[in-house]
Design a protein around this ligand. Structure first.
Ligand code: B12
Length: 333
């Protein structure tokens, strides 16, 4: 028998939503153990997964809660079919996907990314958002961020470089993702999303996320903020383009354990200016606050990074160039 915690992880529905759907709509009324705890069956979990998908597609739980399982399943298949048709996936592929949606998440994500690239050309925001929501629903948050959001941004970058789409399309997607990921950070922090890796004691350590003044690339810190929050750390997302003095003041006031700077090598940010910013930042932070520099700075400028780190004052600064490394560093804290 499954507890509400298990079910929350399996369906990506928060415990709060599960209780609300039970109490307000009677969508599922699980048995109770002798101690009064909810105990779900696998059939109930399957029903909840379908309800979650249909509500993501815009249907109201109030309209769905009383439908029979068979009615929900047919409705769900209709939605799947119309979505896959839109993605121009041929019949045999769509059948395979319908039968075994989770067997190849990379394939499912790549289809969604292709679909978004096509929709971007027409600035079709509604379908893009829908597609993002579906990718989110099909996977856990980490997979969604690392295997979908990050490759999506890179492929959009490539499409601009190759002249397949133009900068206005890239900006359009950036605007959508900025909104979507900000909301996700907020939802994770407020526990409205299950956190399988959550560690209660982590919440005494606060993390600040920002990018240096002049650097507008903020998806790296948004993704990292989600990863830290999933582990239970208290996350303060300050966004991009942070003046160094303001960052220090904030870090002092919050007694931050770690300041995470996202630094992307780009033509508008000369490396010396970035290293200078990082150096000043470390110098003026509380000595107990760690400074982590995420992004491709050390990879793009290995020689400059080596020189920078040879200075005793900078030795304790950590350079982290990808999210898996960031995630493991969080475990070591
Ligand atoms: C979205 C985007 C923008 C958006 C940013 C919007 C926003 N809210 O963030 C906007 C439109 C503002 C923008 C502006 C510019 N951009 Co831009 N942008 C991109 C794009 C398409 C995606 C970047 C991104 O967020 N990727 C997602 C991240 C998560 O993945 P990633 O970049 O591969 O990062 C990896 C690692 O570096 C690391 N990582 C990255 N950040 C972090 C942070 C932490 C904490 C950690 C742990 C790890 C980490 O993890 C990732 C996976 O391994 C890339 C294209 C591309 N191919 O990357 C160009 C790109 C980064 N931009 C580029 C350029 C040149 C610019 C501009 C100078 C363009 C211009 N002429 O105005 C300006 C600079 C503005 C400024 N002052 O900063 C170049 C940089 C090339 C270079 N080395 O010079 C790229 C590569 C495009 C290109 N091929 O030319 N950009």
């Amino acid at each position: 028998m499954l507890t509400i915690k298990n079910v929350s992880k399996m369906t990506n529905l928060s415990e709060h939503t599960l209780r609300a759907w039970e109490k307000r709509y009677g969508a599922i009324i699980p048995d109770r153990s002798i101690g009064g705890r909810r105990s779900y069956t696998i059939e109930e979990v399957n029903r909840l997964k379908i309800l979650a998908n249909l509500t993501l597609n815009g249907l109201k739980i109030s309209q769905l809660a009383q439908l029979k399982n068979s009615e929900l399943e047919s409705l769900n298949i209709e939605f799947e079919k119309s979505f896959l048709k839109k993605q121009k996936i041929n019949n045999s592929e769509s059948k395979q996907l319908l039968e075994n949606k989770n067997s190849n998440p990379v394939l499912v994500f790549q289809d969604s990314i292709n679909f978004i690239l096509i929709q971007l050309k027409d600035y079709n925001i509604k379908d893009i958002l829908n597609s993002i929501q579906r990718a989110r629903w099909q996977s856990d948050i980490k997979e969604f961020l690392l295997n979908f959001i990050s490759p999506l941004l890179n492929q959009v970058g490539l499409a601009v470089e190759n002249g397949k789409i133009d900068i206005s399309h890239e900006h359009c997607l950036s605007a959508i993702l900025k909104y979507y990921l900000s909301d996700l950070i907020f939802q994770i922090s407020n526990s409205s999303i299950p956190r399988p890796e959550y560690i209660e004691t982590n919440k005494i350590s606060s993390f600040i996320f920002a990018t240096p003044e002049g650097d507008l690339h903020e998806f790296g810190i948004q993704i990292s903020a989600c990863l830290a929050s999933l582990k239970g750390y208290d996350v303060f997302f300050l966004g991009c383009n942070m003046p160094e003095k303001a960052l220090q003041a904030c870090s002092k006031s919050l007694k931050a354990k770690v300041v995470v700077l996202g630094c992307m090598a780009n033509s508008k940010m000369p490396p010396l200016k970035l290293f200078d910013y990082i150096k000043k930042c470390k110098k003026n932070l509380n000595p107990r606050t760690q400074l982590w520099v995420g992004g491709n700075l050390n990879l793009a400028y290995p020689r400059e990074t080596a020189i920078f780190l040879s200075d005793n004052e900078n030795k304790k600064i950590k350079f982290i160039s990808n999210f898996n490394e960031f995630d493991s560093t969080l475990n070591l804290l």
